[in-house]
Ligand binder design. Structure first.
Ligand code: AMP
Ligand code: ZN
Length: 497
């Protein structure tokens, strides 16, 4: 297995610390708002990595955290805690918001076919571990306190600071970046522990040696929890590329300073962004789509998974509905082929079990090697996908070879091919079941937003405002609904692709 390692900027052969075992920590989700397609891409590519490692015979210990406290709105240790922000936005308690979006996260992961972590760790359930890490750093002389603000890590005491990201430490320490926190010795210094500000009245609060009302900084949770479950040094740590200059840079500094061991992590894997209209899809910008948006428009989550496979995890990917339309078609074609192959092979009196095991053709072996080699070469999913299409169309492979190959590929791709019949049935059912007919009869079944557009369009039409009526028709089309005007009023048809 080869992986691009951010600190060395090279594709390296993966050699685990302990033979045959992999300790993998994935930076988890901040549970203050909906999981969107950007997150789905990141965690789906983590899943491809984990499944590829498992395919190669490794025993993977997969730890993923849940950030439910301390992630501030700004990377500069200022701004509101995102959880408190989410609580205000949704008019709920921070604890309810955390629980609901954690559930939503896992539901989204399940729909995408992503493995659950061996251990999912909530920051709020590891306060003691985080406090202990900060105490160790204090004892070793790496910390200082800013009154009324928090305990900070002094980056000038850690000469290796910023090495992975190639940061110009000297410039940072001289305060080249805009200084946002008054009292920081170096602008790259970061908060390990924060104190409640006057009048803040936080819901999530803990006592620490420095303050009765305080809470952990964001970076400290990932060091404390990864080391607790994987040891002071472990194999793989993943996250989005946005984590390179701050979050992961700080994790390395505080972990290595506390343990005196380097490297904290052997391989750093960073995922590039999913964008929408050229901008990063993000919770804070509000330009995001969820898995429910995908399903409401009649797409299968696994067609989205297939779409993610078309791009390398280190490349930016621009999300468009048009691309998903194409992928849904390809996905349905693939499912139909699998159903036909199954029928065909079953007619030749073979059992389901045998199908997966039966595998001896020379050409078939070549295809299998090509697929898994592509994945083991720094997760070249696009190339692996090209092999899948090749197999699907091949005239040279026997039906049983084709089927065996497609099912073998599904070990990593997770396109639900084993259940192809049921998946196709479900897609067919959705297509029939969703046609809404005359909207006046079934208005309540429609999403509120669509109902409102229909009402606005009705008003526009009554006022002979045809420009507005057409604009709203186009808007509905964009949202996946085709409107037809009849003598009985507007009729709506949900589009399927
Ligand atoms: P957060 O919940 O913001 O902490 O993000 C969880 C993970 O998703 C992090 O590793 C982020 O880097 C990653 N992420 C957030 N937005 C995107 C996006 N648009 N594309 C890919 N990854 C993302
Ligand atoms: Zn993290």
């Amino acid at each position: 297995m080869k992986l691009y390692n951010t600190p060395t900027k090279k594709i390296e052969e993966f050699i685990p610390i302990d033979d045959g075992k992999v300790g993998l920590y994935a930076c988890g989700f901040t549970v203050y708002d909906f999981t969107h397609l950007g997150h789905l891409r990141k965690y789906t590519m983590d899943d491809v990595l984990i499944r590829t490692l498992k395919h190669e015979g490794y025993d993977v210990n997969f730890i993923q955290n849940i950030t439910d406290v301390g992630h501030l709105a700004s990377d500069e240790d200022t701004g509101e805690d995102k959880l408190e922000k989410g609580a205000k936005k949704y008019g709920k308690s921070v604890w309810d918001v955390a629980k609901e979006f954690e559930d939503y996260f896992f539901r989204s992961m399940d729909l995408m076919g992503n493995l659950r972590p061996d251990k999912s760790t909530r920051a709020t359930e590891h306060i003691e571990e985080q406090l202990n890490l900060v105490k160790t750093l204090k004892e070793k002389g790496y910390t200082y306190v800013i009154d009324g603000d928090g305990v900070y890590f002094d980056t000038s005491k850690f000469p290796e600071y910023g090495k992975m990201a190639g940061l110009d430490l000297k410039r940072q320490q001289e305060g080249a970046r805009v200084e946002k926190v008054v009292g920081k010795r170096n602008s790259s210094d970061f908060a390990l522990w924060k104190f409640e500000r006057e009048g803040e009245n936080r819901a999530m609060i803990w006592e620490s040696p420095w303050s009765k009302r305080s809470f952990p900084g964001w970076h400290v949770e990932c060091s404390a929890m990864s080391m607790k479950y994987l040891g002071e040094q472990f194999d793989i740590h993943t996250g989005g590329i946005d984590h390179i200059p701050v979050h992961h840079t700080n994790e390395i500094a505080q972990s290595e300073a506390a343990t005196g061991k380097s490297p904290f992590v052997k391989y750093w894997v960073h995922h590039n962004f999913l964008k929408v209209d050229g901008t990063k899809m993000s919770k804070s910008l509000g330009n995001f789509y969820t898995i429910d948006d995908v399903m409401e428009r009649g797409f299968s989550p696994r067609a989205l998974r297939l779409l993610f496979m078309t791009a390398h995890y280190q490349s930016e990917m621009n999300f468009t509905w048009e691309n998903l339309v194409g992928m849904q078609k390809s996905y349905e074609r693939l499912l139909k082929i699998v159903v036909d192959l199954k029928k065909n092979v079953l007619e030749s009196e073979k059992t389901d079990e045998k199908l997966v095991a039966d595998f001896d053709g020379n050409l078939a072996t070549k295809f299998k090697d090509k697929f898994f080699t592509a994945l083991s070469e720094n997760l070249n999913t696009a190339q692996a996908l090209a092999v899948l299409w090749e197999v699907m169309k091949s005239d040279e492979l026997s039906n049983s070879e084709k089927l065996s190959l497609l099912l073998a590929f599904d070990e990593v791709f997770q396109l639900d091919l084993k259940q192809a019949e049921q998946v196709l049935e479900k897609i067919k059912f959705n297509k029939l079941g969703d046609t809404t007919g005359n909207f006046s009869g079934e208005m309540n079944d429609l999403p509120e937003e669509i109902q409102q557009i229909l009402l606005d369009r009705e008003t526009a039409r009554k006022n002979n405002d045809w420009g507005q009526s057409d604009a709203l028709r186009d808007l509905l089309l964009k949202k996946g609904y085709k409107v037809l005007d009849s003598s009985e009023g507007q009729k709506l048809e949900k589009l399927h692709f």
